[in-house]
Design a protein around this ligand. Structure first.
Ligand SMILES: Cc1cc2nc3c(=O)[nH]c(=O)nc-3n(C[C@H](O)[C@H](O)[C@H](O)COP(=O)(O)OP(=O)(O)OC[C@H]3O[C@@H](n4cnc5c(N)ncnc54)[C@H](O)[C@@H]3O)c2cc1C
Length: 500
């Protein structure tokens, strides 16, 4: 018997069955586990996670300075108060998630180093069968699940996205992607060029600027940044008054959400005013002679991509101190000593950091089949950005991009639990979102409206993602304010959900 056959045989003998399998122990998966224990008591579940611990994004990314760019009052869960400064390091986020796991006894439900390889749905058995590999032992293991709760995120964790530039192989220094930052990378006194100017570049540069000889942020085009204190005045005041942390959490969330909603709508109704405000704040840090028009004025409307928050202006302090600088130009090619730019300028470097983003990875590299047929995710239409036509018993937690991811993870969690409880009540074992007769001629649109939000990784991968329709049920609005009311009110018997 071949090794594969032996492994398949031993796995077949030991299929473990759960009501729900949650994929991933990041913010979404751990949140899902919490909601299941609270809202669906008695349901059996397991969380399967490739990595050796929880945290997902916050475990994978280990580059210097790694921190959130959302406030943790809203990036934290609805149910567990955040009690310190709003912008948090990865270590603080991991500590918070660890407390969620411990306080709710979720640990025994999580299996680490379990990478799911394939998922096949059988309509006869009304079950998903999952083939997984233990990354520590190489052993094949098999699970069966009535329902799949996908918390696998949206990008490939094993490596980041690096464009192919001419001459990369000739560069004599080191090329590093922040997602796979070498623990022992020695940048002390070195000349570093960071390609990109998104949130990653903006957090990495201030963290290494003091130790590097010099660090240059090389961008093809500028990014919008917001600056401010890493503090929330109302939170500090309430704390001084001795108000209960649970109340502070609730009030501060409401305040942040209110302010964000005003800001977002102003970015549509008066984009010019918003632009001037953002620029004035940057100019105030960099001084009146700094060329913010070239280096900090994007051509797109604010909020069309996530706006990175720079706490206490730390990125700008490095620039002002002369330890960091910004070059706005394009790469012609790599040379043996650095980069040749379109303008003809040569940027020498010992280390080049490619802060060029992620590789979209919609289904966690899991091979999906439904009754033996491969699932082509882009052929499906999404039900409210969480379930998919023709895909039974499966929901994907795709959070907010402009607002905090977790706000949506909590809303989707409530919805999935309500659906699971409804299925139990009516004795259904299968639920499949299906286009109704009146939906058949609906205009189909991309997963996210690129006019509304268009970061590179989504634009590169949009063709892999499900479609959305132009009716509320088939929309994916990325709008917390509509979804917070629509999700709890969504009718589970409106003909879209076909139960069996
Ligand atoms: C550097 C960085 C900073 C960010 N900052 C913010 C921020 O400030 N605010 C914000 O709202 N969002 C931010 N985001 C977006 C962020 O990814 C989400 O907010 C959130 O952390 C995603 O959580 P998740 O659990 O859905 O997915 P992930 O964090 O991606 O976790 C998914 C988990 O699933 C596991 N997994 C995947 N496939 C499989 C498989 N086949 N088998 C088993 N396990 C699998 C992975 O190993 C991983 O642990 C940031 C993203 C990055 C990369």
């Amino acid at each position: 018997m071949t090794e594969t056959a032996t492994r398949a045989k031993s796995a077949a003998q030991e299929t473990e069955h759960f009501d729900v399998v949650i994929v991933g122990a990041g913010i979404s998966g751990v949140g899902g586990a919490y909601h299941l224990t609270k809202q669906c008591p008695g349901m059996t579940f397991v969380v399967l996670e490739t990595q050796a611990s929880f945290g997902g994004t916050w475990l994978t990314h280990r580059y210097p300075g790694i921190r959130s760019d959302s406030d943790l009052y809203t990036f934290g869960y609805r149910f567990k108060p955040w009690t310190s400064a709003p912008i948090a390091t990865a270590a603080e986020i991991l500590r918070y998630m660890g407390e969620v796991i411990d306080e709710n006894d979720l640990g025994p439900h999580i299996r680490y180093q379990h990478k799911i390889i394939s998922a096949s749905w059988s309509s006869d058995k009304k079950l998903w069968t999952l083939e997984a590999t233990r990354t520590d032992t190489g052993e094949a293991v098999r699970f069966a699940a009535n329902f799949l709760w996908m918390g696998q995120g949206y990008y490939r964790h094993s490596q980041g996205y690096t464009p192919a530039w001419e001459g990369m192989e000739t560069f004599k220094g080191q090329i590093v992607h922040p997602q796979t930052w070498p623990e022992d990378l020695d940048y002390a006194g070195k000349t570093v060029v960071v390609i990109g100017s998104g949130a990653t570049a903006a957090t990495l540069i201030p963290a290494i600027a003091a130790e590097c000889g010099h660090v240059t942020m090389l961008q093809r085009s500028p990014t919008w940044f917001r600056t401010g204190r890493n503090a929330i005045a109302i939170a500090d005041e309430l704390r001084e008054l001795g108000i209960d942390e649970a109340w502070i959490h609730e009030i501060v969330r409401k305040k942040i959400l209110h302010d964000q909603s005003v800001f977002t709508s102003r970015s549509f109704t008066e984009p010019e005013v918003v632009k001037q405000e953002l620029l004035a704040a940057v100019q105030a840090y960099l001084g009146p002679d700094y060329d913010v028009a070239t280096h900090f004025t994007p051509s797109y409307r604010p909020w069309r991509q996530r706006i990175a928050f720079i706490p206490d202006g730390d990125l700008f302090a490095g620039i002002r101190a002369g330890k960091a600088s910004v070059v706005t130009d394009e790469i012609e090619r790599f040379t043996d000593t650095g980069l040749l730019l379109r303008s003809g300028r040569q940027l020498d470097a010992d280390i080049i950091v490619t802060a060029t983003g992620f590789d979209l990875n919609v289904l966690g590299d899991i091979e999906f089949t439904i009754d033996g047929k491969p699932l082509v995710f882009s052929d499906t239409v999404t039900y409210r950005g969480m379930m998919f036509t023709g895909v039974p018993n499966m929901a994907w937690v795709f959070g907010y991009f402009r607002a905090s991811w977790t706000l949506r993870a909590d809303l989707v969690g409530d919805f999935v639990c309500r659906l699971l409880n409804h299925m139990k009540d009516i004795g259904a074992r299968q639920v499949t979102p299906t286009l109704r007769q009146e939906d058949k001629d609906m205009v189909l649109l991309p997963w996210i409206d690129p006019e509304n939000f268009n970061p590179g990784y989504l634009m590169r991968g949009m063709h892999l993602l499900p479609k959305r329709g132009d009716k509320p049920e088939w929309q994916h609005t990325q709008d917390y304010w509509t979804e917070k009311d629509q999700f709890p009110a969504a009718d589970l018997d409106d003909g879209i959900f076909v139960y069996a």
